[in-house]
Write a protein that binds this ligand. Structure first.
Ligand SMILES: [Zn+2]
Length: 123
């Protein structure tokens, strides 16, 4: 892809910093979600509730599944961002739309560093 648009070094640095900041934020989120999940499980064990008949138990089960879903999402986001960082560092077509091979655009990348498609293809 000789004619593929390139990010400038400065843009690449700015994007890398944004990705690293997002990763830090996600790591913190994952830690606190994992802690919240453990707390819910511990509270559930302590209360020794019956999920089917105790309304409290139903709430705990719901909370647990909510936190578990958030945790899964945060881990997926983190994996995607780590992948993105790898693409930035190794110059593996970062910033090029996976669909039309056009340039994604710095503004969009800054807003959504893990974006793999340009705004037209993402619609
Ligand atoms: Zn595209």
């Amino acid at each position: 892809m000789a004619d593929a648009p390139q990010l400038t070094l400065r843009e690449r640095r700015a994007l890398r910093a944004a990705i690293v900041a997002d990763l830090d934020r996600l790591d913190e989120q994952i830690i606190s979600l994992a802690r919240a999940f453990d707390d819910i499980v511990a509270a559930n064990e302590q209360a020794n509730t019956d999920d089917e008949h105790d309304p409290e138990g139903t709430t705990i089960a719901f909370e647990r599944s909510q936190v578990s879903a958030l945790l899964r999402q945060a881990r997926e986001d983190r994996d995607a961002l780590r992948n993105t960082l790898h693409r930035v560092d190794d110059d593996l077509g970062y910033g090029v739309c996976t669909e039309c091979r056009g340039f994604i655009g710095v503004d969009r990348l800054l807003a959504l560093p893990a974006a793999a498609k340009c705004i037209a293809c993402a619609r």
